[in-house]
Design a binder for this molecule. Structure first.
Ligand code: NAD
Length: 437
């Protein structure tokens, strides 16, 4: 059965680019999002998120007449659900309320022969055990009267448009015929391979991928903590270790963020609480890194010193502050009594949830006692060190990303500390041991 019209629920980081791609591939797309912010932006033709080239794509999609935006779903050949699946912070379980609501929103407009695709990342079993029963309330049985599939997203923020088209992706069907129907839909613009499987396997694969990343970052972070204790530069150690043909240690940092890698491993823990010791430990290691960074800061300056924190987003060159470890560092520093100034050229003024004022670089640096680099945005790597030297009073820098040109900052009189490098003061016990030896 051909799919000409798509009703896409959730016009965020995933839904908006996906809907625009389908529109430009010739499908009629009804984009649905109840958010007044999203509605206001898109009704005036403005992409509601910051992603390279997205504005051009959205403008082209709207101008083609094949993408329109509204607040409620309507009849279509296919429905795609790309709504949030956050973590419930009290239980560390997936909050599926948005997915359930989106499914209930579709029920009145479902028709025989429709295809429903869940793109949101979910704990394994959700399509079968949560989504299918809600859709069946329409009187149409998934796998018999309608097709149902899970087609997870693998795109990297900052490269979403390229990866949407080029990445291989999964079509996980409620039945093999459902997988086939979903694969056929995505062929409209996907140039990568589309691999057919069942819905629960597709759900498992998606969360496994992000868990793999999280566990490996945790290992790099643990190496960094060890290196600091024993007086080794972990960056040099990793560089040397990665010469081994079968070793690829990732980069340590102030923690793991974004609403995928820091969240999805918990979906596996939720699925098998007794069998996920390693995954849980990795989450704990990564979640403890912001506290560690604030500990390193305390070795440089004490509260209430004014400090400039460079970077708020969860990674470089994006505007997304969800689950950002940099934001957590800022919260902890405010709690400890530092006069925190935040600076991030990618974050819009007025972004909710910031614990301190967001200032232009010069204002953030002026009379600061210390500077902490938390996100390796290019703008910070290319910062004018002459200007920084003229503004910053304390001349102390903590680089939590190994992104600054250390020699250049040192040449301007800065004392530069590096996360993962044994330049931090050693614990007293260790010093005594060495002294005895
Ligand atoms: N952002 C990424 O890089 C990425 C990558 C892979 C997978 N994912 C997954 O994709 C899903 C969506 O993520 P996102 O980053 O696009 O989220 P997002 O928060 O940017 O966007 C979700 C949108 O859904 C809207 N929404 C909520 N309930 C709705 C409903 N009932 N009907 C219609 N719209 C509704 C919200 O208003 C919001 O605009 C999540 O499960 C996420 O884990 C995201």
């Amino acid at each position: 059965m051909s799919t000409n019209s798509i009703c896409l629920l959730g016009l965020g980081y995933i839904g908006l680019p996906t809907g625009s791609m389908f529109a430009l591939a010739g499908k009629t797309v009804i984009g649905v999002d109840p958010s007044p912010r999203v509605q206001a932006a898109l009704s005036s033709g403005v992409a509601s998120i910051d992603e390279p080239e997205l504005q051009t794509l959205v403008t082209a999609a709207i101008n083609s007449g094949r993408l329109r935006v509204q607040t409620r779903p309507e009849l279509a050949d296919a429905f795609i659900i790309a709504v949030p699946t956050p973590l419930d912070p009290t239980t560390n379980r997936a909050d599926l309320s948005f997915v359930k609501q989106a499914a209930w929103d579709i029920v009145p407009v479902l028709r025989r022969g429709n295809l429903v695709v869940l793109e949101s990342t979910v704990p394994p079993g959700t399509t079968r055990d949560v989504l299918a029963p809600i859709l069946a309330e329409s009187g149409l049985m998934p796998g018999r009267d309608i097709c149902l599939a899970h087609c997870p997203e693998r795109v990297l923020p900052g490269r979403i448009l390229v990866e949407l088209e080029q990445n291989d992706r999964l079509a996980g069907g409620f039945t093999p015929a459902c997988a086939e129907r979903a694969a056929d839909l995505y062929q409209a613009f996907v140039k990568g391979a589309i691999m057919r499987t069942d819905a629960t396997t597709a759900e498992m694969v998606k969360v496994m991928e992000n868990t793999f990343r999280d566990v490996n970052v945790a290992l790099a972070n643990e190496f960094a903590l060890i290196a600091e204790r024993i007086g080794v530069d972990v960056w040099e150690a990793i560089r040397l270790a990665n010469h081994h043909p079968r070793v690829n240690v990732l980069r340590p940092g102030p923690g793991v963020g974004g609403h995928c890698i820091a969240v999805d491993p918990w979906f596996l823990v939720e699925s098998a609480p007794e069998g996920t010791r390693l995954i849980r430990a990795a989450r704990e290691v990564n979640d403890a890194m912001p506290e560690h960074v604030v500990g390193r800061l305390a070795a440089l300056v004490s509260p209430p010193a004014p400090i400039a924190l460079l970077g708020v987003t969860y990674k470089a060159e994006v505007d997304d502050v969800r689950e950002s470890p940099a934001l957590r560092v800022a919260e902890l520093a405010v709690e400890r009594g530092y006069a925190v100034r935040l600076c991030d050229p990618h974050v819009k003024p007025g972004t909710p949830g910031l614990p301190a004022p967001l200032l232009p670089l010069e204002q953030a640096l002026r009379d600061a006692e210390a500077v902490v680099l938390l996100v390796d945005h290019r703008a910070f790597q290319e910062v004018d060190v002459d200007l920084a030297a003229a503004l910053v009073s304390g001349k102390r820098v903590l680089d939590a990303r190994n992104a600054l040109d250390r020699a250049r900052w040192q040449a301007h009189g800065f004392e530069v500390s590096l996360l993962g490098s044994g330049d931090s003061p050693r614990p007293a016990g260790r010093r005594t041991e060495r002294a005895r030896a």
